[in-house]
Design a binder for this molecule. Structure first.
Ligand code: CU
Length: 323
């Protein structure tokens, strides 16, 4: 059942760990912060427990509760969303209120859309963080795709790892604008695909990979390559919401015309990683991971891959230019 990784991928893993010190404790990236308790019914708390814990949390700086609701209006100028939210048992009745959000989240917001998020009460202010689409069509599409890829990994067994010449696994994720993106959206184009996470603290890993993808995008265009796409999938989908990815791209001035940042259920990402031979380990407060840059052809076949961080831009430019 455990996926098989190419020896190149494993060797690159060891090498990167040694070079980047990824295995050491990285205090800068807090992947699982235990102090961030989110109060809600899903966490098994009763209405009375939520009511009891709220003042304690308020005293220590902020209250975090899970929220579901519908976007009524997005105000880009004031950077707020007006949301009609469901009852939050033990904390607040159902009502319409205003929340401060990031620039990317306000840009992604669509009036009428259902969302789930974390309500953060800090001082006098109310914020929404970790905003995900929660309409039934999106949720059921993502869940069905996650189940399908999990099943596929199981069926493939020890052959879960996809070799050169095999197809890219089928997946459906969300892009940086919260749009549903099926893998076949990229058919007919060459695709360079990698995995990154926005909180990666190691300059030589994800930040360098993103920089190189941007350089590849520019060089390939200059070399006359057309009809190619770049895809960066989050290794940390619980933190990397569509808005977080959009913000990551905008802060870096990335050109998203043919570059998608994808995220979605961890259940789906986990199997994509296994099938594409990228290793990810949650270690304490950080994510230890390998890097792979994978080239997909117009028919959705994996035709080339480079493991580790030392892939050559020129090499990929050459392969993106159709001969
Ligand atoms: Cu990284």
């Amino acid at each position: 059942m455990s996926p098989r990784y190419s020896s190149a991928a494993l060797a690159a893993f060891g090498l990167l760990m040694a070079l980047a010190g990824c295995g050491k404790v990285e205090k800068t990236a807090t992947v699982k912060d235990e102090s961030n308790v989110v109060l809600n019914a899903d966490s098994g708390l009763s209405e009375a427990e939520v009511a009891r814990k709220t003042p304690e949390m308020r005293k220590s700086g902020e209250v975090r509760v899970a929220l579901r609701g519908e976007i009524l209006q997005a105000d880009a100028e004031r950077q707020v969303l007006i949301v009609t939210h469901d009852e939050i048992k033990g904390y607040m009745p159902a009502m319409t209120m205003e929340f401060k959000v990031t620039k990317a989240d306000v840009a992604n917001a669509k009036p009428g859309q259902r969302i789930r998020a974390e309500l953060v009460e800090r001082g006098e202010d109310y914020f929404l963080e970790k905003i995900w689409p929660d309409d039934s069509v999106t949720v059921s599409t993502l869940d069905a795709a996650a189940k399908a890829i999990a099943q596929d990994t199981t069926i493939r067994g020890k052959d879960a790892y996809r070799e050169i010449g095999e197809n890219l696994p089928t997946f459906t994720l969300l892009d940086q604008e919260g749009r549903t993106v099926p893998a076949n959206r990229f058919r007919g184009k060459r695709v360079v695909l990698n995995f990154i996470f926005t909180r990666c603290p190691i300059a030589t890993m994800c930040p360098a990979a993103t920089l190189k993808m941007a350089q590849l995008q520019k060089s390939a265009r200059e070399a006359g390559a057309k009809d190619f796409e770049l895809v960066s999938i989050s290794l940390d989908p619980e933190f990397d919401t569509p808005g977080v990815l959009r913000d990551y791209a905008e802060v870096r001035g990335l050109d998203l015309a043919n570059w998608s940042f994808l995220t979605g259920p961890d259940a789906a990402v986990r199997h994509l990683l296994a099938q594409l031979g990228v290793i990810r380990d949650f270690e304490g407060a950080t994510i230890k991971h390998t890097l792979a840059t994978v080239l997909i052809d117009e028919q959705g076949r994996i035709i080339y891959r480079a493991d580790g961080s030392s892939w050559q831009i020129d090499d990929f430019v050459k392969r993106l230019r159709k001969s």
